[in-house]
Design a protein around this ligand. Structure first.
Ligand code: ADP
Ligand code: MG
Length: 357
């Protein structure tokens, strides 16, 4: 009989700045074949920014519009993957002895509680065994993903209002990394630095074949650069966004003077670029201290900020390493016309995972 469910693979990433939607069908050789990739800005500078994520009243109408534009009825979807980002979520690798599923469940839950910042609600935890521990034969490597019930329920509730029911919910940093992992070999020696630079946060993830998986959120992203332009030039959010995209983020020219004024001895505040660089540096140092691994092969950058040539050049210089904007559509058929490609990393990663749902 006629199937009422759609076979489309859909990845939906509701960010702090923009919603990214990727609609694809099965392509050849297990690849995706793109139907549509769409973005809509959520944050326009008018409303107060909510660190818990964008408000339902703003997001739901945009979602309805976007699904209408791609011509997909939300209720028919059978392969929808979405993600949660922002506060109160964590992904971590632990190495543990082999155990039964039941033992693993309770042991992982306990472990995860230590790493998810509490917001007063229970944790929601999932895990995946990623291989054997190369150092200790009786142990396995487990990737644990956790968030809180409050965040998780709020996410589902927002989607429900748009009649969307996800079949898989991932964490944003993992979704972004997934757009890369399917088609790229990890180095045998050393780790790849993967940066997903969004508007409010940067997810830094370290990936190696044998080395410890590591993921951390840095509290700085594209918005800090916009804010800097707003202050420096006395312009509103929208104008600053426009200047940033057309004239560049202005790392060299845009030092913000401290409130003490130019005559005082106070040092000028660090630029957003320097602060981002410092945060990345701090995480890499932490990793070296924890694991002893100090060989970072190169940096892959995704997220809206990956389009900034200045930022790529700044990171290249600062870390004396190869820094590349990553194109998540590189292996997606029919995607040659998509613009702002790197911004879609998490959405492509989600659509890829929706393949197997
Ligand atoms: N060409 C560009 N140059 C610099 N920044 C950009 C450019 N295009 C987009 N951005 C910035 O990228 C950020 C949005 O990226 P995105 O990954 O969608 O964020 P989020 O996931 O937080 O919604 C915004 O801060 C936006 O200003
Ligand atoms: Mg994002």
């Amino acid at each position: 009989m006629f199937s009422l469910k759609s076979g489309l693979r859909v990845g939906l990433d509701i960010g702090s700045h923009a919603i990214k939607l990727v609609v694809a069908e099965k392509g050849s050789h297990g690849r995706l074949k793109l139907q549509k990739a769409l973005t809509r800005d959520i944050y326009t500078g008018q409303e107060k920014y909510d660190p818990d994520g964008p408000k339902k009243v703003t997001v739901v109408p945009l979602l309805l519009e976007m699904f209408q534009e791609v011509g997909v009825r939300p209720r028919r979807l059978a392969h929808l993957a979405t993600c949660v980002g922002g506060l109160n979520q964590a992904a971590k690798e632990i190495r543990t002895v082999q155990m039964s599923d039941e033992e693993m469940n309770s042991s992982i839950l306990q472990e995860a509680r230590k790493h998810v910042p509490l917001d007063g609600s229970e944790s929601v935890v999932d895990y995946q065994i990623i291989g054997e521990d190369p150092k200790e034969a009786d142990k396995v490597r487990v990737l644990v993903a956790a968030t809180t019930k409050r965040i998780f329920e709020a996410h589902l509730d927002m989607l429900r209002e748009a009649e969307l029911k996800p079949h898989l919910v991932d964490l944003e940093p993992l979704a972004a990394v997934n757009s890369y992992l399917g088609h790229n070999e990890l180095p045998d020696d050393g780790v790849v630095v993967f940066l997903n630079i969004g508007a409010r946060r940067t997810n830094l993830t370290l990936l190696g074949r044998k080395d410890m998986f590591f993921s951390r959120d840095l509290p700085i992203g594209g918005y800090a650069f916009t804010e800097e332009i707003m202050k420096k030039l006395g312009v509103k959010f929208e104008e600053a966004e426009e200047i940033k995209k057309t004239q560049g983020v202005g790392a060299k020219t845009m030092k913000v003077e401290s409130a003490a004024g130019p005559d005082s001895f106070a040092l000028a505040e660090k630029s957003a670029m320097e602060r981002l660089g410092d945060e990345i540096n701090r995480s890499l140092r932490y990793y070296v201290k924890e694991t002893g691994q100090s060989f970072f092969t190169h940096i892959e950058v995704v997220g809206g900020m990956a389009e900034s040539r200045e930022m790529i050049d700044f990171l290249t210089q600062k870390f004396s390493i190869d820094v590349r904007p990553f194109d998540p559509f590189a292996y997606v058929e029919g995607s040659q016309d998509v613009r702002h490609r790197s911004q879609f990393a998490a959405a492509v990663g989600l659509a890829t995972r929706a393949q197997s749902l």
